[in-house]
Design a protein. Structure first.
Length: 232
């Protein structure tokens, strides 16, 4: 009679991908704590939205790159727009790769077991992981104004030589918007940094104040009563 464990095994139990690579997965534990929302999951939700926008930017930049005219001489304006669009594509692609991998691996670690959240937190706060995540996000926000500027160069090159003056208003508008986007990104970053430093600066005093309030609300013990009991 076959072993009881073999009854539930299929024909490809020991085979990997196409029978060549052995594959192993993490244990699955249906811990009720996995269903509770935590602060790490809230942060990952923000990165999900960013990764979706980055994928959209990758598609847009690739489409613009293939619109480069291969006929005739390529002007330096057209080529500069092509190079800038390539930089946008690479920055957004790196953002997608980094964010998707970190989302995938963080959720896997978070569901490993009783210590899943702590292990996922250690992974999320790892200096190398933090550096890659922050740099990819900076690259993504830098690619937005660069995309506008490179689009202006593409539009200027799309017009025929005797129609270049018709593209000037659109080119100027796109360049102005790209500068505005860069200023908006920098303003958001500076305000966020200021508020974060303010929160960290007052975190310890606020915690001490709340602790003093909680101690004040506790019932006080009668010291004279304890002294009388010790004398007896």
């Amino acid at each position: 009679m076959a072993d009881d464990d073999d009854v539930f095994k299929g024909a490809y139990e020991s085979a990997g991908v196409l029978g060549c690579v052995k594959s192993e997965s993490m244990d699955l534990n249906n811990d009720p704590r996995f269903f509770h929302v935590n602060v790490l999951e809230k942060r990952l939700t923000a990165f999900k939205t960013l990764s979706v926008v980055a994928v959209l930017m990758v598609n847009l930049s690739v489409g613009q790159m293939f619109k480069l005219s291969k006929k005739g001489n390529v002007t330096w304006i057209q080529y500069s727009g092509f190079v800038s669009m390539t930089v946008v594509f690479l920055l957004d692609l790196i953002t997608v790769i980094v964010i998707v991998q970190q989302l995938f691996q963080t959720y896997r670690l978070m569901t490993t077991g009783a210590t899943g959240f702590d292990v996922a937190k250690s992974y999320y706060l790892n200096p190398s992981i933090v550096s890659m995540r922050h740099n990819s996000v900076r690259g993504f926000f830098f690619s937005l104004p660069l995309f506008m500027a490179s689009t202006s160069a593409m539009i200027y090159s799309a017009f025929k030589p005797h129609q270049k003056h018709l593209s000037i208003p659109v080119v100027v508008l796109l360049l102005v918007v790209s500068v505005i986007l860069a200023c908006v990104n920098e303003k958001h970053r500076s305000i966020f940094k200021q508020k974060y430093e303010l929160a960290k600066q007052w975190e310890a005093p606020l915690a001490s104040h709340l602790e003093s309030l909680s101690n004040r609300s506790r019932p006080k013990t009668d010291s004279s009563r304890w002294e009388w009991m010790t004398d007896v």
